[in-house]
Design a protein around this ligand. Structure first.
Ligand SMILES: Cc1ncc(C[n+]2csc(CCOP(=O)(O)OP(=O)(O)O)c2C)c(N)n1
Ligand code: SF4
Ligand SMILES: [Mg+2]
Length: 296
């Protein structure tokens, strides 16, 4: 394979608004493919529906822009049939945590070997501003014209609680941190949940404080994700061992948002590996003996 460039990974004309955080996220995905020298023919970007879910159109690999909230079952089918394919799922906060919440639960629980990126812009943007599970209380949208009544769902705690084997958070405006997070997620065998704070300048410009250096704290560790130089000495940085689930919950619970690798459990069983090994064992059996086993 000849050396790929970013240019080679560009696909259709991008229709996101100027300044949208989604650009930074897909650039991170493209860099991941280049740096790890992945063959685009062996990569599938899969999504549901949303602004963020248009990502597969813009990355020159195989891809499916599927049904709202259903990227995980589609990715599961593909992974079972073709375990050699690298799968990256792109899902918005609505796609992942509203309509797709049930699939997220089972994707995390089954620990399918995929990278799952949740683009969190705090609302439904494709449909022009409706309240999502991560919308902050009091924020006005078309479906909550007097302000959202609920505190936002704590997605990090939720995924930790569902038994997530890799749980990390990063931000669209921090390219080095984002890329390192994606590399760790890709290297992890199992369901790698990557939460990304994402700017939506069109519908919710105040959702994330991206200009203040101390707006986010960092969790770091030699087995975790390093802190970009720009933020060192400017904000709170905590040494956190990613195997410490209790501490991960505690950081996810704090009001101050943290970026970094919250939790990693490399020992959790991977569903697609188990299914494939069971299938191989079953194929070795004598079919007639199996059928005769049901004789009454
Ligand atoms: C079954 C179904 N219900 C509702 C919709 C309408 N719809 C399209 S995208 C979307 C929400 C998108 O929000 P999010 O997942 O946060 O992605 P964003 O656009 O913010 O990136 C909704 C409700 C749909 N396409 N299909
Ligand atoms: S509406 Fe928001 S999320 Fe959608 S493309 Fe525009 S800036 Fe991005
Ligand atoms: Mg959204």
């Amino acid at each position: 394979m000849t050396q790929l460039t970013m240019q080679d990974l560009n696909a259709n004309q991008i229709r996101w608004c100027e300044g949208c955080g989604n650009f930074g996220i897909i650039n991170g995905v493209k860099k991941l493919i280049l740096d790890l020298e992945l063959d685009p023919k062996n990569v599938a970007n899969i999504s549901g529906i949303g602004c963020s879910s248009r990502a597969p159109h813009y990355i020159n690999t195989y891809g499916i822009n599927s049904i709202h909230g259903r990227a995980i079952p589609i990715a599961t089918g593909l992974k079972l049939a073709r375990p050699d394919i690298d799968i990256i799922i792109h899902s918005g906060d609505g796609d992942a945590a509203s309509i797709g919440g049930n699939h997220l639960l089972h994707g995390v629980n089954k620990n399918i070997n995929v990278v799952f990126i949740m683009y969190d812009n705090g609302l439904y943007s494709l449909t022009k501003s409706q309240t999502s599970p991560t919308t902050p209380r009091g924020h006005k949208t078309n479906t909550s014209p007097y302000g959202s009544l609920l505190d936002p769902l704590n997605i990090m705690q939720l995924v930790l609680g569902m038994g997530g084997s890799f749980v990390a958070s990063t931000a669209d405006w921090m390219p080095a941190h984002l890329l390192e997070t994606l590399k760790k997620a890709h290297a992890h065998k199992g369901f790698s949940f990557v939460h990304v704070w994402q700017r939506c300048p069109h519908f919710f410009p105040d959702y994330v404080e991206h200009s203040r250096l101390d707006a986010f704290s960092f969790l770091t560790h030699e087995q975790g994700i390093s802190v970009p130089e720009k933020y060192q000495g400017q904000t709170q940085i905590i040494d956190h061992q990613p195997s410490n689930l209790g501490a991960a919950f505690q950081y996810a619970h704090e009001e101050q948002p943290y970026l970094g690798l919250f939790y990693q459990n490399e020992a959790k069983l991977v569903y697609d590996e188990q299914v494939n090994s069971q299938t191989r064992d079953a194929q070795a059996l004598n079919l007639e003996d199996v059928i005769n086993g049901y004789a009454i």
